[in-house]
Design a protein around this ligand. Structure first.
Ligand code: ADP
Ligand code: SF4
Length: 680
């Protein structure tokens, strides 16, 4: 039994065991399957990440999507293979480890149907019908599966279920979510154009899912629980499955057949909604009916980080288990913190989807809030603990942005005395200043979490209004100085397209920093976005809300290109339209004449109509190196964060963390282990 002696009475319900078919989850915290960017060749990293979640109190920990055989081939993404005996041996190591810690293990076996591309295996993509593969701009079509293919698929599912049992999993999944499952493709009339017994009526389209589920239950034979992961509602996508239509019909039809319903919404951008567009618990509107239809336990997600919201979901009969992907990435120890009455210690996910973007790049996932994710095995980093310093030293951190605060926190946790000096009136750097922009409120969680921790420690001094120079740094006589002075936005037009300044920009534009410090321009606003992440469109939304006439110009064919990786780009497009922002793509700036921005077409060079208004260029930032350069003669110093090379907040946090770990390791950067494939 879990020790709940320190748990707030209100939250004790979260630590009740839940029976899931033949197994019992020790509590209601359920780390759902999520892409983790570790390919099957990165077992050590993958296992260590999941073991850390189990140690942090997640009562059930799921493996990411695991392809049942080579006919399911999302070849450019590092997802799991679960094809044969070799995979069983590898997975057994994980399930043994989780069992030892006290958590249940689950595997989401899947066939990705027309989400596959078949380019890695050279096999045809399988689908209910002859369709384009669900990756735009990939010239691959699916084969309409014949009866022999369907039979082979069912056998493959059966074999994978047997392997899941051999590998020691407690729960095996049938996956039908995110429009990335062949069972979903057969279900949806948008994809299923068949006229045989697997197409046409709802019962026919459901047939394959029902058969696979029944056969899974049979193979599991009461030794493993069987879960169904179903997107009960499509927002975006083809919109055919809805919570008040066939999404509900599926749950009604299969109600008590599985041991657990894991329900969410499709498509992935809506399931993994960011804080800019979806508030905690936003899926309830679509998933709340499920518990009324089935007597089996239900798990769902919603970027849950507040125990009050979690309890409310349980008490109101919305969910039985609190699903977490991003909350479990940002804070693998979230359940333990609630159990131990340490609510303020929770490192809340900020809903930025940097974790998701890692998957798109096929790299082990990164997280803005948790720099230790994916580093558990590779560098031996723990999300809560750092090695204790035998000899106490004095560290000075100049700058209190994400890099400075993370660095200070690691040093302080090791037992060193830390002084943080910040020239602004408030601590927090860009995580605080940017959080004041429209839609970025949750960015403040980066500094809130770290400042709260630092304020509890007696070995930490925090000073705002402290603009340090070389003399004051020398006077402080720290054993080591960390310079985290950040960066500032340029307004001369330098950006991803422009490697030279643009005429008339410097003298006529307002910089992003001036906007953030609440410059209040009047009249029309013209944003020239040559950065292609969030800042350009956030500022556009900010001024559109204030009823300015806003034009967002970009030399690229579309706005916010990088936000495709965070799944936000379609939603940004929609937001711009809804807010009345005029978007001008493919437009390259030539100069600003004091009243208007002059443009030419990116493809033909033809002149375009000039756009009048206050210009805000969003392009490059320059590191703030004045202090660093003035400290030339000072020994024992490290430059960190945006002051090294301006980037995303995640890399600043990581930089601060790594610098502090290096210091704790007597100045030697912690070794990075690599994984190598093993032949069986
Ligand atoms: P990062 O993302 O690298 O942490 P930020 O820009 O968020 O960088 O934070 C840098 C912080 O450093 C800002 O809050 C800035 O006010 C502060 N800063 C810059 N120069 C000095 C200085 N000379 N003394 C104290 N603080 C400084
Ligand atoms: Fe949350 Fe961002 Fe971390 Fe993902 S990267 S878990 S969205 S804080």
């Amino acid at each position: 039994m879990l020790d709940v002696s320190k748990t707030d009475e209100r939250y004790k319900v979260l630590f009740e065991p839940v029976k899931i078919g033949p197994v019992i989850a020790p509590n209601r915290f359920y780390a759902v399957p999520h892409a983790m960017g570790h390919s099957p060749l990165m077992r050590n990293g993958s296992h260590a990440m999941r073991a850390t979640k189990a140690e942090g109190g997640w009562g059930t920990v799921c493996m990411q999507l695991a392809e049942i055989d080579p006919t399911s081939d999302i070849c450019d993404l590092p997802i799991e293979t679960f094809w044969d005996e070799g995979d069983v041996r590898e997975h057994r190591v994980l399930t043994d480890r989780l069992r030892e810690i006290g958590s249940l293990s689950a595997i989401e076996i899947a066939h990705t149907g027309i989400r596959g591309r078949g380019m890695g295996t050279g096999m045809p993509v399988w689908g209910p019908s002859n369709l384009p593969c669900l990756k735009p701009q990939v010239p691959v079509q699916s084969k309409a599966m014949d009866k022999a293919d369907i039979k082979a698929l069912r056998q493959s599912f059966r074999a994978a279920v047997r392997r899941a049992k051999q590998a020691g999993y407690d729960i095996v999944y049938i996956y039908a979510a995110h429009d990335a499952s062949i069972l979903w493709h057969f279900l949806s009339p948008a994809y299923n154009h068949r006229s045989d017994e697997y197409g046409g009526s709802f019962e026919n389209r459901l047939r394959l899912m029902r058969e696979v589920l029944e056969e899974t239950v049979e193979e599991a034979a009461g030794e493993m629980a069987v879960a169904v992961r179903l997107a009960v509602h499509e927002v975006g996508g083809r919109g055919k499955i809805t919570h008040d239509g066939e999404g509900r019909d599926v749950v009604e039809a299969l109600a008590d057949l599985p041991d657990l319903w894991d329900v969410n919404i499709a498509t992935w951008p809506h399931d993994s909604g960011t804080a800019r567009f979806d508030n905690e618990g936003w899926q309830e509107e679509f998933t709340s009916f499920v518990k009324q239809v089935t007597s089996k336990p239900v798990v769902g997600v919603g970027r849950f980080t507040s125990p009050d919201t979690m309890v409310s979901q349980i008490k109101r009969g919305v969910l039985d288990l609190i699903g977490g992907a991003r909350p479990s990435i940002a804070d693998p120890y979230l359940p333990n913190k609630i159990r131990e009455g340490r609510i303020e210690d929770i490192r809340e996910c900020i809903g930025c989807n940097i974790c998701v973007s890692s998957d798109a790049f096929s790299i082990p996932l990164n997280c803005t809030q948790n720099p230790t994710i994916s580093q558990e095995w590779k560098r031996g980093w723990h999300p809560e603990n750092v090695p204790h310093a035998k000899v106490k030293k004095n560290g000075l951190v100049v700058g209190s942005g994400p890099a400075g605060l993370e660095c200070a926190l690691v040093l302080a946790r090791a037992g060193h005395h830390v002084t943080v000096a910040e020239k602004a009136g408030e601590l927090g750097g860009r995580s605080l200043s940017e959080s004041r922009l429209f839609g970025l409120g949750s960015w403040a969680r980066v500094s809130d979490y770290r400042l709260y921790q630092l304020r509890q420690m007696s070995n930490v001094d925090l000073f705002a209004n402290s603009d340090l120079n070389a003399e004051s740094v020398a006077e402080m006589g720290a054993d080591h100085t960390f310079i985290a002075t950040g960066s500032h936005w340029l307004k001369n037009g330098l950006g991803s397209t422009h490697f030279e300044a643009i005429k008339g920009f410097e003298e006529n534009a307002l910089s992003v920093d001036e906007i953030i410090k609440s410059a209040k321009p009047e009249g029309p606003i013209v944003i020239y976005d040559d950065e292609h992440y969030y800042m350009g469109n956030v500022i556009a939304a900010h001024f559109a809300q204030l009823r300015h006439d806003v034009t967002l110009v970009t030399p690229q064919p579309y706005i916010a290109g990088w936000m495709g990786y965070t799944l936000e780009q379609p939603r940004v497009n929609k937001q711009m339209l809804e807010l009345g922002v005029k978007v001008v793509p493919n437009a390259v700036a030539s100069h600003h004449d004091g009243s208007a921005l002059h443009l030419s077409d990116a493809n033909t060079g033809a002149l375009l109509a000039p756009v009048a208004g206050t210009l805000v260029p969003v392009g490059l930032r320059a590191p703030n190196l004045e202090l660093w350069q003035a400290l030339d003669g000072l020994e024992n110093k490290t430059l960190i964060g945006d002051a090294v090379a301006p980037g995303i907040i995640q890399s600043a946090v990581f930089s601060g963390h790594k610098a502090a770990r290096t210091f704790l390791n007597r100045g030697v950067e912690p070794a990075m282990k690599r994984e190598r494939g093993v032949l069986y």
